[in-house]
Design a protein around this ligand. Sequence first.
Ligand SMILES: [Zn+2]
Length: 507
Amino acid sequence: MKLPLAALALTACTASVSRPATAPTAAAPGDAAAPPPIAAPEPPAPPRPPAPPPTAITVEYLAVADAWAITWTVGRPAAALRFDRALAAPRGAAWRTSAELAWRRDGDADLLVAVDGQPRQAFTAVMPSDDASPTRLPPNVVRWSDGSRLVFTGAIGGDAAVCVQDRCGPVAGPRRWTVRAAGLRVARGPGDAGEQLAWDEPDGDRRGAYVYVGRGRVDARGEVATIVDGGLPPWLAALTATLVPATVADLTARTGLPLGFVPTVLVSLRPSGGGRPGYAVRGRTVTGQVQLEAGGAGWRGRSTARARLWRELVVHELFHLWNSQVAARADVRDEWLSEGASSFVAGTALVDAGLLDATRWGRRVVAAANRCARSLRGPLYDRAADPSYYDCGEVVHVALDRALAARGGLWPVYARLFADARARPSGAYATADFLALCDGAGADPAIVAAVRAILDRGLGADPQATLRALLADAGIATSVVPGRRGRPSRLRWQPSPRPRAGGSVRP
Ligand SMILES: [Zn+2]
Protein backbone atom coordinates (compact mmCIF):
# COMPACT_ATOMS: atom_id res chain seq x y z
CA MET A 1 0.00 0.00 0.00
CA LYS A 2 1.25 3.44 -0.81
CA LEU A 3 2.07 5.74 2.02
CA PRO A 4 -0.29 8.71 2.22
CA LEU A 5 2.02 11.12 3.93
CA ALA A 6 -0.65 13.53 5.01
CA ALA A 7 -2.85 10.88 6.57
CA LEU A 8 -3.18 11.09 10.31
CA ALA A 9 -4.44 7.64 11.10
CA LEU A 10 -3.42 4.84 8.87
CA THR A 11 -2.43 1.41 10.01
CA ALA A 12 -1.74 -0.30 6.75
CA CYS A 13 -0.31 -3.68 7.24
CA THR A 14 -0.04 -7.12 5.90
CA ALA A 15 0.26 -9.99 8.28
CA SER A 16 1.98 -12.55 6.11
CA VAL A 17 0.17 -14.91 3.84
CA SER A 18 -1.98 -17.54 5.48
CA ARG A 19 -0.52 -20.95 5.93
CA PRO A 20 -2.79 -23.50 4.28
CA ALA A 21 -4.58 -25.88 6.58
CA THR A 22 -5.53 -29.34 5.48
CA ALA A 23 -8.54 -29.92 7.69
CA PRO A 24 -11.41 -27.98 9.23
CA THR A 25 -10.81 -27.06 12.80
CA ALA A 26 -14.33 -26.81 14.15
CA ALA A 27 -17.76 -28.15 13.39
CA ALA A 28 -19.79 -26.03 11.02
CA PRO A 29 -22.09 -23.77 12.98
CA GLY A 30 -25.85 -24.00 13.02
CA ASP A 31 -28.47 -26.42 11.80
CA ALA A 32 -30.16 -27.04 8.46
CA ALA A 33 -31.80 -23.62 8.51
CA ALA A 34 -28.57 -21.82 9.36
CA PRO A 35 -26.32 -19.97 6.88
CA PRO A 36 -23.73 -22.04 5.03
CA PRO A 37 -20.70 -23.10 7.08
CA ILE A 38 -17.91 -20.59 7.26
CA ALA A 39 -15.06 -23.08 6.96
CA ALA A 40 -15.49 -26.03 4.63
CA PRO A 41 -13.35 -29.16 4.90
CA GLU A 42 -10.59 -29.62 2.37
CA PRO A 43 -9.38 -33.00 1.15
CA PRO A 44 -6.04 -34.16 2.56
CA ALA A 45 -3.02 -33.22 0.47
CA PRO A 46 -1.66 -35.98 -1.81
CA PRO A 47 1.70 -37.49 -0.85
CA ARG A 48 4.62 -35.30 -1.91
CA PRO A 49 7.27 -36.48 -4.33
CA PRO A 50 10.89 -36.44 -3.09
CA ALA A 51 12.45 -32.97 -2.91
CA PRO A 52 14.60 -31.98 -5.91
CA PRO A 53 18.19 -30.77 -5.47
CA PRO A 54 18.41 -27.36 -3.77
CA THR A 55 18.35 -24.04 -5.58
CA ALA A 56 21.16 -21.66 -4.58
CA ILE A 57 20.13 -18.00 -4.45
CA THR A 58 22.98 -15.52 -4.11
CA VAL A 59 22.22 -11.85 -3.54
CA GLU A 60 24.92 -9.18 -3.59
CA TYR A 61 24.08 -5.62 -2.55
CA LEU A 62 25.62 -3.06 -4.92
CA ALA A 63 25.79 0.01 -2.68
CA VAL A 64 26.87 2.54 -5.31
CA ALA A 65 24.04 1.56 -7.68
CA ASP A 66 21.63 0.87 -4.78
CA ALA A 67 20.70 -2.38 -6.49
CA TRP A 68 20.92 -6.12 -5.97
CA ALA A 69 22.75 -8.59 -8.21
CA ILE A 70 20.93 -11.90 -7.92
CA THR A 71 21.97 -15.32 -9.21
CA TRP A 72 19.71 -18.36 -9.06
CA THR A 73 21.49 -21.67 -9.61
CA VAL A 74 18.87 -24.37 -9.94
CA GLY A 75 19.33 -27.99 -8.92
CA ARG A 76 18.32 -29.28 -12.32
CA PRO A 77 18.27 -27.35 -15.60
CA ALA A 78 15.08 -25.36 -16.14
CA ALA A 79 13.76 -23.12 -18.90
CA ALA A 80 12.16 -20.70 -16.44
CA LEU A 81 12.08 -19.50 -12.84
CA ARG A 82 8.69 -19.03 -11.24
CA PHE A 83 7.93 -16.34 -8.64
CA ASP A 84 4.67 -16.29 -6.70
CA ARG A 85 2.78 -13.03 -7.29
CA ALA A 86 0.85 -13.50 -4.03
CA LEU A 87 4.02 -13.06 -1.95
CA ALA A 88 5.34 -9.63 -2.89
CA ALA A 89 4.97 -6.57 -5.11
CA PRO A 90 5.36 -7.36 -8.82
CA ARG A 91 8.83 -7.95 -10.21
CA GLY A 92 10.08 -7.34 -13.66
CA ALA A 93 9.56 -3.85 -15.03
CA ALA A 94 12.67 -2.25 -13.53
CA TRP A 95 14.76 -5.40 -13.10
CA ARG A 96 17.66 -5.73 -15.52
CA THR A 97 18.39 -9.07 -17.12
CA SER A 98 20.61 -10.18 -19.99
CA ALA A 99 19.11 -10.37 -23.48
CA GLU A 100 18.87 -14.14 -23.02
CA LEU A 101 16.18 -13.78 -20.33
CA ALA A 102 12.78 -12.10 -20.28
CA TRP A 103 9.93 -11.58 -17.82
CA ARG A 104 6.51 -13.07 -18.54
CA ARG A 105 3.36 -13.03 -16.52
CA ASP A 106 1.58 -16.35 -16.16
CA GLY A 107 -1.56 -16.30 -14.01
CA ASP A 108 -0.45 -16.10 -10.37
CA ALA A 109 3.23 -16.11 -11.30
CA ASP A 110 5.98 -13.87 -12.61
CA LEU A 111 8.20 -16.01 -14.86
CA LEU A 112 11.82 -15.30 -15.73
CA VAL A 113 12.20 -17.34 -18.91
CA ALA A 114 15.10 -18.29 -21.17
CA VAL A 115 14.26 -16.60 -24.47
CA ASP A 116 15.65 -19.52 -26.48
CA GLY A 117 13.57 -21.98 -24.48
CA GLN A 118 16.62 -24.05 -23.61
CA PRO A 119 16.90 -25.32 -20.02
CA ARG A 120 19.76 -23.71 -18.10
CA GLN A 121 21.38 -24.03 -14.71
CA ALA A 122 21.87 -20.34 -13.84
CA PHE A 123 19.68 -17.21 -14.09
CA THR A 124 20.81 -13.71 -13.22
CA ALA A 125 19.13 -10.32 -12.75
CA VAL A 126 19.80 -6.95 -11.15
CA MET A 127 16.97 -5.62 -9.00
CA PRO A 128 16.76 -1.92 -8.09
CA SER A 129 15.92 -0.87 -4.51
CA ASP A 130 12.26 -0.30 -5.38
CA ASP A 131 10.06 0.26 -2.34
CA ALA A 132 6.78 0.73 -4.19
CA SER A 133 3.93 -1.68 -3.62
CA PRO A 134 0.65 -1.13 -5.41
CA THR A 135 -1.16 -3.46 -3.03
CA ARG A 136 -0.82 -4.52 0.61
CA LEU A 137 1.88 -7.00 -0.42
CA PRO A 138 5.44 -6.27 0.76
CA PRO A 139 7.59 -4.16 -1.58
CA ASN A 140 10.73 -5.80 -2.99
CA VAL A 141 12.88 -3.49 -0.85
CA VAL A 142 12.30 -1.11 2.08
CA ARG A 143 14.53 1.97 2.15
CA TRP A 144 15.61 3.50 5.45
CA SER A 145 16.57 7.13 6.08
CA ASP A 146 20.06 6.12 7.29
CA GLY A 147 20.76 4.33 4.00
CA SER A 148 20.01 0.83 5.28
CA ARG A 149 17.86 -1.48 3.17
CA LEU A 150 15.54 -4.40 3.82
CA VAL A 151 15.33 -6.88 0.98
CA PHE A 152 12.33 -9.19 0.96
CA THR A 153 13.11 -12.82 0.21
CA GLY A 154 9.51 -13.44 -0.84
CA ALA A 155 10.18 -11.11 -3.80
CA ILE A 156 13.36 -12.76 -5.01
CA GLY A 157 12.77 -16.38 -4.05
CA GLY A 158 12.23 -18.17 -7.36
CA ASP A 159 11.67 -21.84 -8.03
CA ALA A 160 12.74 -23.75 -11.11
CA ALA A 161 9.88 -24.37 -13.51
CA VAL A 162 10.63 -27.64 -15.26
CA CYS A 163 8.77 -29.58 -17.92
CA VAL A 164 8.22 -33.29 -17.63
CA GLN A 165 6.80 -34.58 -20.90
CA ASP A 166 4.35 -31.81 -21.80
CA ARG A 167 3.49 -30.70 -18.28
CA CYS A 168 5.42 -27.70 -16.97
CA GLY A 169 5.39 -26.23 -13.49
CA PRO A 170 7.44 -25.11 -10.50
CA VAL A 171 9.35 -27.57 -8.38
CA ALA A 172 9.56 -26.14 -4.89
CA GLY A 173 12.70 -27.70 -3.48
CA PRO A 174 14.89 -26.52 -0.64
CA ARG A 175 16.84 -23.30 -1.18
CA ARG A 176 20.25 -22.15 -0.02
CA TRP A 177 20.46 -18.39 0.42
CA THR A 178 23.56 -16.22 0.54
CA VAL A 179 23.35 -12.43 0.96
CA ARG A 180 26.51 -10.33 0.75
CA ALA A 181 27.12 -6.61 1.29
CA ALA A 182 30.71 -5.43 1.22
CA GLY A 183 31.56 -3.22 4.20
CA LEU A 184 28.05 -3.50 5.69
CA ARG A 185 26.23 -5.82 8.07
CA VAL A 186 23.72 -8.39 6.90
CA ALA A 187 21.17 -9.68 9.44
CA ARG A 188 17.84 -11.46 9.46
CA GLY A 189 17.35 -12.23 13.14
CA PRO A 190 18.91 -11.93 16.55
CA GLY A 191 22.17 -13.67 15.54
CA ASP A 192 25.50 -12.08 14.70
CA ALA A 193 25.64 -9.83 11.64
CA GLY A 194 28.58 -9.79 9.23
CA GLU A 195 29.25 -8.92 5.60
CA GLN A 196 27.77 -12.21 4.47
CA LEU A 197 24.89 -14.30 5.72
CA ALA A 198 23.93 -17.75 4.49
CA TRP A 199 21.08 -20.01 5.52
CA ASP A 200 19.02 -22.95 4.33
CA GLU A 201 15.32 -22.56 3.62
CA PRO A 202 13.16 -25.68 3.72
CA ASP A 203 10.72 -26.27 0.89
CA GLY A 204 7.55 -26.07 2.98
CA ASP A 205 7.28 -22.35 3.66
CA ARG A 206 7.71 -19.77 0.95
CA ARG A 207 6.27 -16.71 2.71
CA GLY A 208 9.60 -14.93 2.98
CA ALA A 209 11.11 -12.45 5.40
CA TYR A 210 13.33 -9.39 5.40
CA VAL A 211 17.10 -9.37 5.28
CA TYR A 212 18.65 -6.23 6.77
CA VAL A 213 21.63 -4.63 5.04
CA GLY A 214 23.25 -1.58 6.62
CA ARG A 215 25.42 -0.25 9.43
CA GLY A 216 22.91 -0.73 12.25
CA ARG A 217 23.25 -3.24 15.06
CA VAL A 218 20.90 -5.92 16.21
CA ASP A 219 19.81 -5.04 19.73
CA ALA A 220 18.83 -8.41 21.19
CA ARG A 221 17.63 -8.01 24.72
CA GLY A 222 15.22 -10.39 26.39
CA GLU A 223 12.26 -11.55 24.36
CA VAL A 224 12.70 -9.38 21.27
CA ALA A 225 15.46 -8.17 18.95
CA THR A 226 15.33 -4.78 17.25
CA ILE A 227 17.22 -2.97 14.51
CA VAL A 228 16.50 0.75 14.44
CA ASP A 229 17.12 3.28 11.67
CA GLY A 230 19.83 5.72 12.78
CA GLY A 231 17.69 8.52 11.33
CA LEU A 232 14.66 7.82 13.51
CA PRO A 233 13.84 10.92 15.63
CA PRO A 234 15.32 10.37 19.12
CA TRP A 235 11.97 10.63 20.91
CA LEU A 236 10.50 7.98 18.63
CA ALA A 237 13.51 5.70 19.07
CA ALA A 238 13.27 6.06 22.86
CA LEU A 239 9.52 5.35 22.83
CA THR A 240 10.05 2.30 20.63
CA ALA A 241 12.84 0.95 22.84
CA THR A 242 10.46 0.71 25.80
CA LEU A 243 7.18 0.11 24.00
CA VAL A 244 8.18 -2.93 21.93
CA PRO A 245 9.43 -5.16 24.78
CA ALA A 246 6.62 -3.99 27.06
CA THR A 247 4.02 -4.86 24.41
CA VAL A 248 5.53 -8.30 23.80
CA ALA A 249 5.43 -8.95 27.56
CA ASP A 250 1.85 -7.68 27.83
CA LEU A 251 0.55 -9.76 24.93
CA THR A 252 2.36 -12.83 26.27
CA ALA A 253 0.68 -12.34 29.63
CA ARG A 254 -2.78 -11.70 28.17
CA THR A 255 -2.72 -14.70 25.84
CA GLY A 256 -0.80 -16.93 28.26
CA LEU A 257 1.26 -18.00 25.24
CA PRO A 258 4.98 -17.23 24.94
CA LEU A 259 5.99 -16.72 21.31
CA GLY A 260 8.48 -19.57 21.40
CA PHE A 261 10.87 -17.56 19.23
CA VAL A 262 12.62 -14.19 19.46
CA PRO A 263 10.97 -11.87 16.91
CA THR A 264 13.00 -9.23 15.13
CA VAL A 265 11.43 -5.77 14.95
CA LEU A 266 12.75 -3.56 12.14
CA VAL A 267 12.04 0.13 12.75
CA SER A 268 12.66 2.86 10.21
CA LEU A 269 11.96 6.37 9.06
CA ARG A 270 11.02 6.55 5.41
CA PRO A 271 13.52 8.68 3.45
CA SER A 272 12.04 12.16 3.45
CA GLY A 273 11.58 12.84 -0.25
CA GLY A 274 11.85 16.57 0.34
CA GLY A 275 10.51 16.58 3.88
CA ARG A 276 6.86 16.22 3.05
CA PRO A 277 4.56 17.44 5.82
CA GLY A 278 2.27 15.28 7.88
CA TYR A 279 2.96 11.94 9.44
CA ALA A 280 1.86 8.42 8.67
CA VAL A 281 2.80 4.87 9.47
CA ARG A 282 3.19 1.68 7.55
CA GLY A 283 3.94 -1.76 8.87
CA ARG A 284 3.63 -5.45 8.34
CA THR A 285 4.35 -8.73 10.02
CA VAL A 286 6.22 -11.44 8.14
CA THR A 287 7.69 -14.72 9.33
CA GLY A 288 9.37 -14.00 12.67
CA GLN A 289 9.61 -10.29 11.98
CA VAL A 290 7.68 -7.07 12.41
CA GLN A 291 8.48 -4.10 10.19
CA LEU A 292 7.46 -0.64 11.36
CA GLU A 293 7.88 2.53 9.33
CA ALA A 294 7.24 6.17 10.14
CA GLY A 295 6.82 8.48 7.15
CA GLY A 296 6.65 12.25 6.88
CA ALA A 297 8.40 15.28 8.36
CA GLY A 298 5.79 15.47 11.13
CA TRP A 299 7.58 12.76 13.12
CA ARG A 300 10.42 15.16 14.00
CA GLY A 301 8.45 16.58 16.89
CA ARG A 302 6.63 14.67 19.59
CA SER A 303 2.88 15.06 20.13
CA THR A 304 0.20 13.02 21.83
CA ALA A 305 -1.46 12.26 18.49
CA ARG A 306 1.81 10.96 17.05
CA ALA A 307 2.59 8.87 20.13
CA ARG A 308 -0.93 7.46 19.86
CA LEU A 309 -0.57 6.53 16.19
CA TRP A 310 2.83 4.92 16.81
CA ARG A 311 1.56 2.88 19.75
CA GLU A 312 -1.40 1.76 17.68
CA LEU A 313 0.94 0.54 14.93
CA VAL A 314 3.26 -1.25 17.38
CA VAL A 315 0.46 -3.09 19.18
CA HIS A 316 -1.43 -3.90 15.96
CA GLU A 317 1.62 -5.45 14.31
CA LEU A 318 2.97 -7.23 17.37
CA PHE A 319 -0.40 -8.88 17.99
CA HIS A 320 -0.09 -10.37 14.51
CA LEU A 321 2.81 -12.44 15.89
CA TRP A 322 0.15 -14.28 17.88
CA ASN A 323 -2.84 -14.19 15.54
CA SER A 324 -0.93 -15.14 12.40
CA GLN A 325 2.24 -16.91 13.59
CA VAL A 326 1.87 -18.51 17.04
CA ALA A 327 -1.46 -19.56 15.54
CA ALA A 328 -1.95 -19.46 11.77
CA ARG A 329 -5.08 -18.60 9.86
CA ALA A 330 -6.67 -21.59 8.17
CA ASP A 331 -7.83 -19.64 5.13
CA VAL A 332 -7.01 -16.31 3.56
CA ARG A 333 -10.62 -15.28 4.31
CA ASP A 334 -9.84 -15.56 8.03
CA GLU A 335 -7.76 -12.42 7.61
CA TRP A 336 -10.84 -10.37 8.56
CA LEU A 337 -10.41 -12.00 11.97
CA SER A 338 -6.69 -11.31 12.44
CA GLU A 339 -6.96 -7.74 11.13
CA GLY A 340 -10.10 -7.07 13.16
CA ALA A 341 -8.50 -8.51 16.30
CA SER A 342 -5.29 -6.52 15.84
CA SER A 343 -7.26 -3.31 15.24
CA PHE A 344 -9.47 -3.94 18.27
CA VAL A 345 -6.56 -4.84 20.56
CA ALA A 346 -4.61 -1.77 19.39
CA GLY A 347 -7.62 0.45 20.17
CA THR A 348 -8.01 -0.98 23.67
CA ALA A 349 -4.25 -0.58 24.24
CA LEU A 350 -4.65 3.15 23.61
CA VAL A 351 -7.34 3.25 26.29
CA ASP A 352 -5.14 1.30 28.71
CA ALA A 353 -2.26 3.71 28.07
CA GLY A 354 -4.47 6.70 28.81
CA LEU A 355 -4.19 7.93 25.22
CA LEU A 356 -7.93 7.52 24.51
CA ASP A 357 -10.66 8.33 27.00
CA ALA A 358 -14.06 6.64 26.80
CA THR A 359 -15.47 9.36 24.55
CA ARG A 360 -12.59 9.23 22.08
CA TRP A 361 -12.68 5.44 22.05
CA GLY A 362 -16.42 5.47 21.35
CA ARG A 363 -15.88 7.93 18.51
CA ARG A 364 -13.11 5.74 17.13
CA VAL A 365 -15.41 2.71 17.03
CA VAL A 366 -18.25 4.67 15.44
CA ALA A 367 -15.86 6.12 12.84
CA ALA A 368 -14.79 2.56 11.98
CA ALA A 369 -18.47 1.62 11.68
CA ASN A 370 -19.06 4.53 9.28
CA ARG A 371 -16.15 3.43 7.09
CA CYS A 372 -17.36 -0.16 7.26
CA ALA A 373 -20.87 0.86 6.17
CA ARG A 374 -19.44 2.69 3.17
CA SER A 375 -16.99 -0.01 2.09
CA LEU A 376 -18.44 -3.46 2.71
CA ARG A 377 -20.56 -4.93 -0.05
CA GLY A 378 -21.27 -8.61 0.33
CA PRO A 379 -20.07 -11.00 3.05
CA LEU A 380 -17.20 -9.97 5.32
CA TYR A 381 -15.95 -13.57 5.16
CA ASP A 382 -14.82 -13.18 1.57
CA ARG A 383 -11.55 -12.31 -0.15
CA ALA A 384 -13.32 -9.48 -1.96
CA ALA A 385 -14.03 -7.83 1.41
CA ASP A 386 -10.30 -7.32 2.01
CA PRO A 387 -10.50 -3.48 2.15
CA SER A 388 -13.13 -3.78 4.92
CA TYR A 389 -11.24 -6.26 7.11
CA TYR A 390 -9.82 -3.57 9.41
CA ASP A 391 -12.86 -1.38 10.03
CA CYS A 392 -15.64 -3.97 9.90
CA GLY A 393 -13.37 -6.41 11.73
CA GLU A 394 -12.78 -3.96 14.57
CA VAL A 395 -16.49 -3.21 14.96
CA VAL A 396 -17.28 -6.94 15.04
CA HIS A 397 -14.61 -7.55 17.67
CA VAL A 398 -15.89 -4.64 19.77
CA ALA A 399 -19.41 -6.09 19.59
CA LEU A 400 -18.26 -9.59 20.53
CA ASP A 401 -16.16 -8.20 23.37
CA ARG A 402 -19.30 -6.54 24.71
CA ALA A 403 -21.27 -9.74 24.11
CA LEU A 404 -18.79 -11.37 26.51
CA ALA A 405 -18.75 -8.47 28.94
CA ALA A 406 -19.68 -10.66 31.87
CA ARG A 407 -17.02 -13.24 30.96
CA GLY A 408 -13.97 -11.03 30.76
CA GLY A 409 -14.38 -9.95 27.14
CA LEU A 410 -12.54 -11.43 24.19
CA TRP A 411 -9.12 -12.05 25.75
CA PRO A 412 -9.96 -15.50 27.14
CA VAL A 413 -11.40 -16.39 23.71
CA TYR A 414 -8.23 -15.29 21.91
CA ALA A 415 -6.10 -17.23 24.39
CA ARG A 416 -8.10 -20.41 23.85
CA LEU A 417 -8.30 -19.91 20.07
CA PHE A 418 -4.52 -19.65 19.71
CA ALA A 419 -3.77 -22.43 22.20
CA ASP A 420 -6.19 -24.78 20.41
CA ALA A 421 -4.65 -23.91 17.05
CA ARG A 422 -1.15 -24.59 18.32
CA ALA A 423 -2.24 -28.00 19.55
CA ARG A 424 -3.42 -29.03 16.07
CA PRO A 425 -1.12 -30.49 13.41
CA SER A 426 -2.14 -27.66 11.09
CA GLY A 427 -1.33 -25.00 13.70
CA ALA A 428 -4.32 -23.11 12.31
CA TYR A 429 -7.60 -21.62 13.46
CA ALA A 430 -10.68 -20.75 11.44
CA THR A 431 -13.49 -18.24 11.83
CA ALA A 432 -15.81 -21.10 12.80
CA ASP A 433 -13.50 -21.94 15.74
CA PHE A 434 -13.63 -18.34 16.92
CA LEU A 435 -17.43 -18.14 16.79
CA ALA A 436 -17.77 -21.54 18.46
CA LEU A 437 -15.59 -20.31 21.32
CA CYS A 438 -17.69 -17.13 21.63
CA ASP A 439 -20.82 -19.29 21.80
CA GLY A 440 -19.21 -21.65 24.28
CA ALA A 441 -18.11 -18.77 26.49
CA GLY A 442 -21.71 -17.65 26.81
CA ALA A 443 -21.71 -14.66 24.47
CA ASP A 444 -25.00 -12.82 23.99
CA PRO A 445 -26.66 -14.98 21.27
CA ALA A 446 -28.25 -11.98 19.52
CA ILE A 447 -24.86 -10.35 18.96
CA VAL A 448 -23.21 -13.56 17.76
CA ALA A 449 -26.13 -14.12 15.35
CA ALA A 450 -25.74 -10.59 14.00
CA VAL A 451 -22.01 -11.16 13.52
CA ARG A 452 -22.63 -14.44 11.70
CA ALA A 453 -25.02 -12.64 9.35
CA ILE A 454 -22.39 -9.98 8.54
CA LEU A 455 -19.78 -12.66 7.89
CA ASP A 456 -22.05 -14.85 5.76
CA ARG A 457 -24.24 -12.31 3.99
CA GLY A 458 -22.94 -8.82 4.63
CA LEU A 459 -24.66 -5.71 5.95
CA GLY A 460 -27.94 -6.10 4.06
CA ALA A 461 -30.00 -3.43 2.34
CA ASP A 462 -29.26 -0.73 4.94
CA PRO A 463 -25.64 -1.12 6.08
CA GLN A 464 -25.80 1.87 8.41
CA ALA A 465 -28.90 0.57 10.20
CA THR A 466 -27.35 -2.89 10.55
CA LEU A 467 -24.21 -1.49 12.17
CA ARG A 468 -26.17 0.95 14.30
CA ALA A 469 -28.20 -1.95 15.70
CA LEU A 470 -25.05 -3.99 16.34
CA LEU A 471 -23.43 -1.09 18.17
CA ALA A 472 -26.62 -0.53 20.20
CA ASP A 473 -26.64 -4.21 21.22
CA ALA A 474 -23.02 -3.72 22.28
CA GLY A 475 -24.02 -0.77 24.46
CA ILE A 476 -22.69 1.92 22.12
CA ALA A 477 -25.38 4.50 21.36
CA THR A 478 -25.36 6.52 18.15
CA SER A 479 -27.49 9.06 16.35
CA VAL A 480 -27.81 9.46 12.60
CA VAL A 481 -26.41 12.66 11.10
CA PRO A 482 -28.29 13.32 7.84
CA GLY A 483 -26.25 13.65 4.69
CA ARG A 484 -25.82 17.08 3.17
CA ARG A 485 -24.03 18.73 0.26
CA GLY A 486 -23.55 15.39 -1.44
CA ARG A 487 -22.03 13.76 1.63
CA PRO A 488 -23.65 10.57 2.90
CA SER A 489 -25.36 10.32 6.24
CA ARG A 490 -23.27 8.93 9.09
CA LEU A 491 -23.48 7.68 12.63
CA ARG A 492 -22.42 9.87 15.54
CA TRP A 493 -21.36 8.54 18.93
CA GLN A 494 -23.64 9.38 21.87
CA PRO A 495 -22.82 9.06 25.55
CA SER A 496 -24.50 5.87 26.72
CA PRO A 497 -26.79 6.18 29.74
CA ARG A 498 -26.15 2.60 30.83
CA PRO A 499 -22.78 1.24 29.70
CA ARG A 500 -22.34 -2.49 30.09
CA ALA A 501 -19.92 -3.49 32.80
CA GLY A 502 -16.92 -5.73 32.13
CA GLY A 503 -15.41 -6.52 28.77
CA SER A 504 -12.15 -4.99 27.70
CA VAL A 505 -13.26 -1.38 27.35
CA ARG A 506 -16.12 0.50 28.98
CA PRO A 507 -17.97 2.45 26.31
ZN1 LIG B 1 -2.73 -5.89 10.37
